[in-house]
Design a protein around this ligand. Structure first.
Ligand code: VG1
Ligand code: CO
Length: 557
């Protein structure tokens, strides 16, 4: 094939955030913006990681993916990649890309998504690169890519026509080829090896169990019918917003109490379904609801961990270890302690779990931000989490006869709290604040941290320590700092402040609040009520209103 060299100039600001490079579509549409980043990536990888190699490519179906896919294919060919596996119509969820990379032993893969951020010409686009184990590229690589975007002078692109992505099959261009694959089959095959589909099917087909899944017009729309309906026997009308759309039907594809309000209303209506779930833009997040009951993600991962070896065949041989991101509540810590399992606390973002998994130290992990997963792949996995929950409910109801009351999602969670205690948790998001005020607030908090000492009084709370979280990777020794300011009190309560690394405009301030409660008689309290004193403290300690000018958060989870 003929390779053309196109001269180019560095573009500022192409630094990767928590999960890939995310900007407004309009930014990516600037001349060479995406091409520069892709070429900088190839300039950053050792040649043996891609020359004549195999890469995967897919995305969540959002606006600009079609153009982007062609650009990526041509630059990959121009840099000597041997073959690219692309999901049909460019569709592959984030967990499916991870699964495909692992199964096909690819050198890596691209994910075209800005995840839970809205899509469409006026909204967001994003790109992420995953490595050969299927995990998001580590910071050592993304830092290199950023460095190369600042010195780039040439893009190497293959002179080939656009590739038709609408039919499964192989197209050859000399030594380079593109294989369009079914987005579902490799992923489904993996899930079938992880879960007992027969057990889950038994639950879903019960007439006294009603299930609903909201795909939010995002990528899991392509997976929901093949998996829940065709394989597990759910009815077709149990899938809502099941068609992936380029703008997610004007929605904000983030499965939480604010942006998945329609689903929440259905579950909280009188005589609502028994089980509800939703997933985000790229299919790696999940929200789990019971009838009139919300499972906070920090509890979800703890509960899955506590029940995994009994209810999920993949974990029958044992769970190697557990991990959570730093702001995620300590509910999982208690399970690790009780089950005597290795436990890890990592910075926000899935990339930090992969090393622990590759080293064989970690099986199940999660984040408070609706991300849950395991070492079956190296990304969080929305449908995996839904199947894990269905497995638990199915297992617990193995012997529930027709006509008897089913053991519900809320029964299972309350029982878990009674055993382990309840970690009340809430997150307040202040989206699209002025960057200046938000940065100043974090500076101010860092200053407070440096002046604080154990024993300081904060209202009725006594400080155990305050810091800005630093993580040393136990596998490769790499260190990341400034991962979130935390105030930890002697009773285990915590207040944490971070700025989001996934936004595309202004700054999003996240405040995480957590308090442990052992007393069962208090477990039924609403989290907002139970946490009120600590939330007030969090707002006053940070002077958040003064710095951001915000009276109320945009999202509460
Ligand atoms: C957020 C979440 C984080 C998650 C990340 C990617 O990051 O807090 O837990 O891993 O999004 O999720 P931040 O930096 O905005 O807080 V996804 O589903 O957008 O890829
Ligand atoms: Co996502």
């Amino acid at each position: 094939i003929k390779i053309i060299s196109i001269p180019t100039k560095p573009i500022q600001g192409q630094k990767t955030g928590t999960s890939g490079l995310r900007k407004k579509v309009k930014v990516f549409q600037q001349e060479n913006y995406l091409a520069n980043w892709i070429q900088a990536l190839f300039n950053s990888l050792p040649p043996e990681d891609y020359k004549n190699g195999l890469l995967a490519l897919g995305g969540d179906g959002r606006y600009f993916n079609r153009e982007a896919a062609q650009i990526i294919i041509k630059i990959a060919a121009g840099n000597g990649v041997g073959k690219i596996l692309v999901g049909k119509e460019g569709i592959l969820s984030t967990p499916a890309v991870s699964a495909v990379i692992r199964k096909r032993k690819a050198n890596g893969g691209f994910i075209m998504s800005a995840s839970h951020n809205p899509g469409g010409p006026e909204y967001d686009w994003g790109i992420k690169f995953n490595y050969s184990s299927g995990q998001p590229a580590p910071e050592s690589i993304t830092d290199k890519i950023y460095g190369n975007t600042l010195s780039i002078s040439e893009i190497r692109i293959a002179d080939i026509p656009d590739v038709d992505l609408s039919n499964v099959g192989v197209t050859k261009f000399g030594s380079f080829s593109v294989e369009v694959i079914d987005p579902v089959s490799d992923y489904l095959e993996l899930l079938e090896s992880v879960f007992d589909f027969h057990l889950i099917k038994g639950l879903i087909s019960r007439s006294d169990f009603r299930f609903i899944f909201d795909a939010m017009h995002a990528v899991t729309g392509a997976y929901a019918k093949p998996i829940f309906v065709d394989e597990l026997g759910a009815s077709l009308d149990s899938i809502t917003n099941g068609i992936p759309l380029e703008d997610f039907g004007h929605g904000h594809p983030d499965p939480n109490l604010t942006y998945a309000k329609d689903l929440v209303n259905i579950l909280y209506a009188e005589n609502g379904p028994d089980f509800g779930a939703a997933s985000d833009g790229d299919g790696d997040r999940n929200m789990i609801l019971g009838r009139s009951f919300f499972v906070t993600p920090s509890d979800s991962v703890a509960l899955i961990a506590a029940n995994a070896s009994e209810t999920i065949p993949y974990f029958k041989t044992g769970v190697k270890g557990l991990a959570r991101s730093m702001p995620t509540s300590g509910a999982l810590d208690r399970v690790a302690q009780k089950l005597n399992l290795p436990f890890f606390e990592v910075p926000t973002g899935w990339k930090f779990f992969g090393n622990l998994m590759d080293a064989g130290n970690l099986s199940i992990c999660g984040e408070e931000s609706f991300g849950t997963g395991s070492d079956h792949i190296r990304e969080k996995d929305g449908i995996w989490a839904v199947l894990a929950w269905l497995s638990i409910i199915a297992y617990r109801n193995k012997d529930t006869k027709p006509g008897e009351k089913l053991i519900s999602v809320s029964d299972v969670v309350k029982e878990h709290w009674a055993t382990y205690g309840r970690n009340f948790f809430s997150r307040y998001d202040y989206e699209e604040c002025e960057s200046e005020g938000a940065n100043k607030m974090i500076e101010y908090l860092r200053e407070r941290v440096s002046k604080s000492k154990a024993g300081d009084k904060y209202g009725s709370y006594v400080l155990q320590f305050a810091d800005d979280f630093t993580y040393t990777d136990p596998v490769d020794g790499s260190v990341v700092s400034k991962q979130g300011v935390r105030f930890v009190f002697t009773d285990g309560s915590r207040i944490i402040y971070r700025l989001s690394g996934t936004g595309s405009a202004g700054a999003t301030v996240r405040v995480y609040i957590e308090q442990f409660e052992a007393d069962v008689s208090k477990h039924d309290l609403d989290a907002q009520v139970a946490l009120k004193p600590l939330i007030d403290l969090a707002l006053s300690v940070s002077k958040l209103k003064d710095f951001t000018g915000r009276e109320e958060p945009t999202v509460i989870t």
